[in-house]
Design a protein around this ligand. Structure first.
Ligand code: AMP
Length: 220
């Protein structure tokens, strides 16, 4: 399974992509997670990415393309992967095509999470992320069992710096301008599948499970 999750910030990619990847035992590659880890480490990549992330802008294509090229060459991505938050621009989509094409593989599907801006601004204001494992919560729709603490690993939850309303508005503007054209790009290649993202986490998870049925186990 080689799938791309496409959608505006707060549409639910970061909740559904790791879940689907874990259930299908395939690699979950989130460029946002990689950049946040790099920022937390204070690495050169993190320092470079931080200046764009803080403003709600995209990290330059060459930086992201090199990063994903390196990541997809790791053994855990050889058979399958879920790409979460990449590609986000046409040059990134073209770079991904070249990258996969050079290895004789192609994407199976691109899932476009569709949802209105007002819902997204509201969602971002309630979003909390785990410092330990990166799990996403929402104070209204998916609260943790204990306030401020991750259900899975008991680490503290924090609000992303780029979930401030003024930054969310800029991220949405950037999404509509730079990422939305990818919908037509993948439609033309017959890879696009649309997800109505204004539904509960469980309903969307069931739809994804139907779209990507588990392969029967070879020992059963
Ligand atoms: P995300 O967690 O996917 O919302 O990503 C957080 C931030 O990381 C974005 O607002 C961008 O600044 C940066 N970022 C993540 N993925 C990409 C990408 N494919 N291209 C450029 N910047 C990205």
């Amino acid at each position: 399974m080689r799938v791309v999750f496409l959608g505006p910030p707060g549409a639910g990619k970061g909740t559904q992509a790791p879940r689907l990847a874990a259930e299908r035992s395939c690699a979950h590659v989130s460029t946002g997670d990689i950049f946040r880890a790099a920022v937390a480490e204070g690495s050169d990549l993190g320092k470079r990415a931080k200046e764009f992330m803080q403003k709600g802008q995209l990290v330059p294509d060459d930086v992201v393309n090199d990063l994903v090229d390196w990541r997809l060459r790791k053994p855990d991505c050889s058979e399958s992967f879920v790409l979460d938050g990449y590609p986000r621009t046409l040059p990134q989509a073209e770079a991904l095509d070249r990258n996969l094409g050079a290895r004789g593989i192609r994407l199976d599907a691109v899932l476009s999470f569709e949802i209105g801006d007002e819902v997204l601004i509201d969602r971002a204001s309630g979003r909390l992320i785990c410092r330990g494992c990166g799990a996403a919560y929402n104070t209204r729709s998916a609260p943790p069992k204990q306030v401020g603490v991750c259900d899975r690993c008991s680490q503290p939850l924090y609000r992303r710096d780029d979930d401030r309303p003024e930054v969310v508005k800029e991220r949405l503007r950037v999404y509509r301008e730079q990422t939305q054209p990818l919908i037509a790009y993948y439609q033309e290649r017959s890879l696009l599948r649309t997800i109505d993202a204004d539904r509960s986490i469980q309903v969307i998870a069931r739809e994804l499970d139907r779209m990507f049925p588990r392969e029967p186990r070879s020992d059963s």
